[in-house]
Structure formats: C-alpha cells, structure tokens
Design a protein around this ligand. Sequence first.
Ligand SMILES: [Zn+2]
Length: 172
Amino acid sequence: MPGCTEHAGYRAPKDRTQLRQYFWFCLGHVRQYNARWDFYKGMSAGQIEAQLRADVSWQRPSWKLGTRGGQQFDEEEVLDPLDILSSTRARRAQAAKQRHQQARESVPPALRDHLQALALDWPVTVDTLKARYKELARKHHPDANAGDLSAEERFKTVSVAYSAIRAHLTNL
Ligand SMILES: [Zn+2]
C-alpha cells in the first residue's frame, strides 16, 4: 500500500482473473482490501490500486488493529482471504440462524402469555423488554387514563408481564 510502512506479511489476490498474483499488505490493509473485495469485482488491478490510494488519502481505517468487535482477530481469514472468508461466513450465518430458530421454539411456557401481553417475540433482551414496558406503562398508566378501569387492568397486566419476564432473564 503506497505510503504504508507496516510489514507486508499478508497477501491477497489481485482480482478474480489473477488469483495467483498477489498484492502484499500489512494486517490493516489486507483487511481493508478483503472487506472491499466485492466492491472491486470487475475492476482492473490498476483501478483497484487507484481506489485504494484514494481511500488511504481520504479515510482512516475505522477498526483497531488486531481486534474485531472486541473479539480476537481470526488470522485464518487473512491468510486465505478468498476461500475461508466466504465459507466461514456462510457457516457462521447458518449457525446463528439455527440458534435463533431453536431459541424461538423454546419459549418458556410460563412466559408465553406475558410475552403476548407485551407483544414481544422470544428470545428477548432485557433492553428490548424494558423499552417495550416503558412504552406500554406510559400509555396505560392510571394517571394518563383517569377513571378508565380497563386501562388500569391493562396497566396491571403489563406490569406483571414485565416483572415475570425480567425475573426470568436475570435469573438465567
Ligand atoms: Zn498497510
């Protein structure tokens, strides 16, 4: 990468028609290059280089080197960016989908009615729960519905549901 003084220990194919020819980058720049792989599809090596040059001039990398979302950087992905990146991503997406599906099917029976009262899907986070509770409690609060007994009932139902789900989440 023009102007970069880091050790260029990571390679990436120049483009889809030149998979055996490589650019050599430092860790930060190979990640930048890999992240934009699709974006460069169809561009010539010269166009890619020009684009990368422009990026270096106008943008700074937004990630911290060696980290990604607080997790340890997966070195495997850098050493073989094309194949492993795509297959690992697909596997991870599939696994996440499965976990979500399983969670959805495993609604604790005691919480079903309470979730319905708050119009929430399982699984739910404490933050989502709190936000929904605040919204509904404000709407149905007796002070805001003077003399309306059905509002008072709804307020109670919402409060009980919130307490039950919250207790369940914080005891997990
Ligand atoms: Zn670099």
